[in-house]
Every structure is written in structure tokens, then in C-alpha cells.
Design a protein around this ligand. Structure first.
Ligand code: WTA
Length: 697
């Protein structure tokens, strides 16, 4: 038997689903114009030149003071990058472009209602607006360098403007995805110690106005329960002179941003020169325990990493129109809508709404209208667009030179539609693997230098040295066909600094598992454990198999099963809850809830409705379960541990394995019949993350 955590899956077995695909080469036209074509750069980023190679990324920035030490490893795994250097992120993303690009579009905002005109923010206007908002934060809110601010906003230009205003002052922003609930935002505000929250009255989503202000009231209340007083709520208005919310403003706490801004017209705020190691922002993400953790990203290393990777892997040139169709409330949006592209003086498109609103052609119309030539999105969006209108892209006269897929594994079939129909066989594709914790890309092809392989993220990014470990900490040989845990051997400038307020958890979560010697000051002894399964065929193209912890990747968004289970347990009548992932044709994975009720509880309908409602209010609509099953009992080991793996096997129609050693083996068949019916069932092979689900418990 293979050691625990290493499946015996061979390449041949995996090939049942995802066979080794043939290479596809970038076009001569793309190569002819690409930023990264020089093999000498690859050589400069080889292991022997680490860590100094990353100077090349940092040199893309404007520093107030140059650093003296590229990488300081004296407190592993708390690496320090570009030590001694000083810079300001808002200066780098805005001010420094004014000399050459002041009249260039920095942001192009596309409102969801199609009849509303597109709105362009030039670099000059961005400069003016960022300064004014910074003045509000400093002089009206009394915020100063190092303070935290929670921003719970959708995709409107005021979101990046607010982020850049924070960065101008060295205020640490924590942006919470607009689709998260008020309660989720409040918990994050409390954890980060934010006394100011920033909202919008409402926004357009799928043709309807979402009233967002009520979330602010819930967030403030939730934060208060956690002991954090929020004394000011700034509310942007989506439309000038109108209020989209029915909720009244709380006197002395809530302020319309446009009204406050009247007192700060033409205000100028000097960018604060920040230490390269000062925190720039927090991004909360789900991990293995109930509570989301605040990934803390640094100023210098982060900006250097996203700027370098935007230049080389997104291939952004000054004349390009770049559209990353992600949400700024996720790490992809921070790194590859806002900071990376703006540091390069790019034109970055922001779309407010749903990709298929009002019809399946919307995305391609936007691409045509704005002459977008670089496009970036997730497999879920691609699957959704394909399902809604497989031939729509052909009707529109846009031309992409480059496309990205990110956030989940992409099936070769979906990849091929992306390549052939969306990209019209003209665009090169990069499949970029990375995580909230990482700041920027870790595995991706070099778009003009490496051939593409559908379904594979590809080789490591410049200066990144991964390997695959088995559970026992032994390296899984390249080409062995065995799956294991992908780890990164070296630090890199984009890696998070720590978990906000919890250094121990940071070490435990990412470094403890494979640390070779806790007393060592050598980075070589501290591999980063990513919590993803992967295989590495002989060609060196990593294939990411999905999470190996209890995180479910729903439509590219991470949800902790423990978070969902805690929410379920607050519903009266629920005795036990287990949440597992199920394969979904569009969203990749979706959560399924299994419940055992307390004795005497019989109103099952009420329980199911409350479960759904509770998950939506405590976490958000994205966490809505695909199914909720009430079962007589949950399968357990003799020591009383819930066997989530068995439930995942049942929901996904894969082999449950040997269940005879359970405390209650008979329940497995009862649940199986409840879920799969009593007729004959053909078992499926099942993807790796599902097969391995719950193994690490
Ligand atoms: C998954 C998103 C396969 C992976 C940037 C990771 C991917 C999690 C890919 C991080 C990819 C991301 N191929 N899987 N190209 N990119 N993932 O933190 O499981 O929201 O651990 O960061 O998404 O999600 P996060």
C-alpha cells in the first residue's frame, strides 16, 4: 500500500479523465511582440542566482530608497525582502505614470446595465481622486499609517481608488468580496481591528439593484459583538445624487462619501514613504479551521512580484487593453486587476456585473467595444459562458493575443473551447496556479517560450523551485506518475508575511509539515506546503489536482468545510453536520451538507430551509449548498470521528472503500440508498481531490 496521503494513482489511471495532452505552440506573431523571449532571463532566474534574481522585478519599481539586502532569512519562515528599501505603492501605480501617461485610461469601468455609458478614469483623474480619498481617510477619519480599514465593495472604480488611497498613507486595507454577507465582513473587520468600514449603497447584479447598505449595519453589529467598535462607515453612492439603499444612514456613524469629499476637493496628500516590509493589505481566506485567516502581504516584495509577473506572464505592453474578469475582492483582482497592471501603467478593465447579463454575448461585446486584447478569467466563468452560448464569440470582432485561466484545474475540453472559440486560435493561454497566500503566479508557462499543454499549469514561474513530497516528506520522483503534495522549496517576494495576528498558525499551517530543522536559518530547510495535490510528468509540467485539506474550491473560491459546518450547527435541532464537496459541471465543486438531527426533531423542511438561510447570512450566497441531506446518523469511526471521506464518496458515486471498521457500518448503505436510490449504480473513477478528501483529518 502507498503511504497515507500518496495515492497509488498512476499517470495511466489519471489519463482515464485527463490524458496527457499534446503541446500547442504560441504563434510567431505573439512571440514577435512578447516581453519574455530572452533565454538569458531564464538563466538569470536559475537557482544559482537566487535570491538576487528578484532584483530584476524590484527594479521595475520606483524606490525612495534602494534596499541593502535582497533576502533576509534570519527569522525563518518570516522572510524579509528588499530590506532597508522604501517606496510607496500608490506612487508606483499612479504618480510616476503622470509624466508620460497622464491622459491614458488607467481604469475602464463597464457598468452592468448596457445602456449606461462606459466610464474611463485616466491616470491624471486617478491621481486626483486617490489624493482626495486619501485626504478623507487621514483628515476626516483620523486614520494613520498602519491602521486597518475594511472595504466591503463590489466591482466599481471607487474600490481600486479607495485601495490606492489607503496605500498612499500606508493604511492596511482588507477588502472583503462583495458577495460575502455582512456577518462575514463584520468578523473580518473585528479580526483586523478596523474602526472604519467602507461600503457602497448598492450595485447592479444580474439586472437587479442589490441593496448593499444593510450589510454595513450587520457588519458593524457583528464586529461589536466581537469587541471591535466601528465608529465610521463611509458609503459611496453608485449613482450621483441617488441613494440605492432603503436603509437609513446612522447619524454620527454613516457618511456618504460624495458629501464628505466636497470638503476635500483638490486636496493633495503626499505619498508616505513606506518600509518595504510594511504590510500593504490583508486578504482573508479559508483554511483548515473554522476561522478565516488574514493573509498579510508586504509592500515591496508583493508589488515587485506582481509587477514582474504581470509584465512577463500577462505580457502587458503600454498599448494593450487588459481585462481580468475576476473580482477585486479576491487575490486575483488585487494582484492582476489593480496592483500589477497599474504599476505597469496598463489600461485595466473593470466589469460590474454577471458575464451572461443580459445575454451570452455580453463579454464578447465588451471585448469588441473596448478592443480588449488580453483576457483573464476562471474555468468556472469559461464553462458558464460556453454553456450559455458556445458559438457567441464567433459573432464578435475582437482579437485576443493572450488569455489566462486561474483558480481551479481546467478540463482539457473546456481549455480547448477557450483556445479555439474564445481565443480564435490566435491567443496564447497561460494556466496560472497560485494561491491567496502567494501574491502571484507560481506555475505557468512562459507565454512566448513554452508550449501550452491543456489541463496542465506548466513549469514553475521564474525564480520558483517546487517539488512534490509524499506524506513522509520524501520527494516524489519526476515522471513517477505518483501524486503528492506540491511544495515550494524557496521563499519568493510575493509570499505572505504571516497570518494577521497569528504567527504560530502561519508556521503551523505552511511550514511545520515539511520543515527539516526548526532551528535552521537556512531557507533550504523550510519548504512551503501549499495544500494542493499535484503530479509531475517527465516534461516538468505540473498538473494540479486540487486541495488536499478540507477546503472546497467552489467556482474558484475557497470555502472551509469547517466554516460551513459551524454555521449548520447554529440551526436549532441539528445534532451533527458534515460538509463535503461534490463535482459540479459548471462550478467545479459545490458543498453538500449531511445532517443528523437531535432526538424528537421532525420538521425536516424547516431545518433544511434554515440551513440554507443560515449559510447565506453567515458566509454568503456563494456558499449555498447543492444538496442538504438529513440522515439517521453520520458514519463514524470507533473513536467517534465523522467519516467525511465516506460521505464524499457517496455523493460523488465513487467507491466508499472498506467501511467495515466503522462504528456504524450499516449506516453507509442506508445513506447510499437515500442519495443514489435503490437501483443499480455505476461507480465513477472520481477526481483526486475527492478521492483524497478528509484524508488529512
Ligand atoms: C486552486 C486563487 C488548478 C488551488 C489564485 C489553490 C488552481 C487554490 C489553479 C487557491 C490552477 C488556483 N489550476 N488549481 N491554475 N489556480 N487553483 O487562494 O487548489 O483563491 O490551492 O487563489 O485554487 O485559491 P485562491
Amino acid at each position: 500500500m502507498a503511504p497515507k496521503g500518496v495515492t497509488e494513482t498512476t499517470e495511466a489511471q489519471i489519463a482515464v479523465h485527463w490524458k496527457e495532452e499534446a503541446y500547442i505552440h504560441p504563434s510567431a506573431k505573439f512571440i514577435g511582440q512578447a516581453n519574455l523571449t530572452d533565454p538569458a532571463i531564464v538563466e538569470r532566474f536559475s537557482e544559482e542566482h537566487f535570491p538576487e534574481c528578484f532584483r530584476e522585478y524590484a527594479d521595475l519599481l520606483s524606490w525612495d530608497r534602494y534596499w541593502h539586502t535582497t533576502l533576509d532569512t534570519s527569522h525563518p519562515p518570516f522572510w524579509q525582502w528588499f530590506v532597508g528599501g522604501r517606496l510607496n505603492v500608490s506612487y508606483n501605480c499612479v504618480d510616476r505614470h503622470l509624466a508620460k501617461h497622464k491622459n491614458k485610461a488607467a481604469l475602464i469601468f463597464v457598468p452592468e446595465p448596457e445602456e449606461e455609458p462606459v466610464y474611463t478614469v485616466t491616470y491624471q483623474e486617478l491621481f486626483i481622486r486617490v489624493n482626495e480619498v486619501a485626504a478623507v481617510l487621514r483628515d476626516f477619519c483620523g486614520l494613520k499609517t498602519g491602521d486597518r480599514v475594511t472595504i466591503h465593495m463590489p466591482m466599481i472604480p471607487e474600490l481600486p481608488i479607495t485601495m490606492l488611497a489607503c496605500a498612499r498613507l500606508g493604511i492596511v486595507h482588507s477588502v472583503v468580496f462583495g458577495g460575502f454577507s455582512g456577518e462575514a465582513a463584520g468578523l473580518r473587520a473585528a479580526d483586523s481591528g478596523s474602526r472604519v468600514m467602507i461600503y457602497v449603497d448598492g450595485y447592479s447584479r444580474n439586472g437587479k439593484i442589490v441593496d448593499h447598505k444593510p450589510s454595513a449595519d450587520i457588519a458593524v453589529e457583528t464586529a461589536a459583538k466581537e469587541g471591535q467598535k466601528v465608529d465610521k462607515v463611509l458609503v459611496w453612492r453608485r449613482y450621483q445624487g441617488r441613494n440605492l439603499s432603503t436603509k437609513p444612514m446612522v447619524q454620527g456613524r454613516d457618511y456618504f462619501m460624495d458629501e464628505v469629499l466636497k470638503n476635500f476637493k483638490r486636496a493633495k496628500v503626499d505619498p508616505v514613504s513606506m518600509d518595504a516590509e510594511a504590510p500593504l493589505f490583508l486578504m482573508y481566506t479559508s483554511g483548515s479551521t473554522g476561522k478565516p485567516k488574514g493573509c498579510q502581504h508586504r509592500t515591496g516584495g508583493y508589488l515587485a512580484y506582481v509587477t514582474g509577473t504581470s509584465k512577463y506572464y500577462q505580457d502587458i505592453h503600454p498599448e494593450d487593453v487588459y481585462w481580468c474578469m475576476a473580482d477585486i475582492g479576491w487575490i486575483t483582482g488585487h494582484s492582476y486587476i489593480v496592483y500589477g497592471p497599474l504599476a505597469l501603467a496598463a489600461t485595466s478593465v473593470l466589469y460590474e456585473g454577471v458575464p451572461t447579463y443580459p445575454d451570452a454575448g455580453r463579454v464578447w461585446r465588451i471585448a469588441e467595444q473596448l478592443a480588449v486584447n488580453i483576457f483573464h478569467t476562471s474555468p468556472t466563468a469559461i464553462r458558464m459562458l460556453r454553456k450559455a452560448g458556445p458559438d457567441e464569440p464567433k459573432k464578435y470582432h475582437y482579437h485576443f493575443k493572450h488569455m489566462t485561466t486561474v483558480g481551479e484545474p481546467i478540463e482539457p475540453e473546456t481549455w480547448r473551447w477557450y483556445y479555439e472559440v474564445v481565443g480564435k486560435r490566435e491567443a496564447v493561454i497561460v494556466d496560472t496556479w497560485w494561491q491567496t497566500e502567494n501574491g502571484g503566479f507560481l506555475c505557468t508557462t512562459k507565454p512566448a517560450m513554452d508550449p501550452m499543454k491543456p489541463g496542465s499549469a506548466g513549469p514553475p514561474a521564474l525564480g520558483i523551485f517546487p517539488f512534490i513530497y509524499d506524506e513522509a516528506g520524501k520527494e516524489v520522483a519526476i515522471g513517477s506518475g505518483r501524486a503528492g503534495n506540491i511544495c515550494i522549496r524557496n521563499p519568493w517576494p510575493g509570499i505572505m508575511q504571516t497570518i494577521w495576528g497569528d504567527n504560530d498558525r502561519f508556521v503551523r499551517q505552511y511550514y511545520q509539515k515539511y520543515c527539516k530543522n526548526p532551528d535552521s536559518k537556512k531557507w533550504q530547510d523550510w519548504p512551503y506546503f501549499a495544500s494542493d495535490g499535484a503530479v509531475l510528468p517527465a516534461d516538468g509540467y505540473y498538473r494540479i489536482l486540487g486541495r488536499v485539506d478540507d477546503v472546497i474550491n467552489v467556482a474558484g473560491h475557497r470555502l472551509g468545510t469547517k466554516e460551513l459546518e459551524s454555521a449548520c450547527l447554529t440551526v436549532p435541532g441539528v445534532a451533527e453536520a458534515a460538509v463535503i464537496p461534490v463535482v459540479d459541471e459548471i462550478k467545479g465543486r459545490m458543498p453538500v451538507v449531511y445532517l443528523a438531527l437531535k432526538p424528537g426533531v421532525s420538521d425536516e423542511k424547516r431545518v433544511v430551509a434554515e440551513i440554507v438561510h443560515t449559510i447565506e447570512t453567515m458566509i454568503g450566497k456563494i456558499a449555498r449548498p447543492k444538496d442538504v441531506y438529513i440522515v439517521p446518523d453520520l458514519p463514524k469511526t470507533r473513536s467517534g470521528k465523522i467519516m467525511r471521506r465516506v460521505l464524499a464518496a457517496i455523493s460523488n458515486t465513487i467507491d466508499t472503500g472498506d467501511v467495515t471498521t466503522l462504528a456504524n457500518p450499516d449506516i453507509v448503505e442506508t445513506i447510499r440508498q437515500q442519495v443514489q436510490g435503490t437501483g443499480p449504480v455505476v461507480l465513477k473513477e472520481g477526481p483526486e481531490d475527492i478521492k483524497r478528501f478528509g484524508e488529512q483529518e
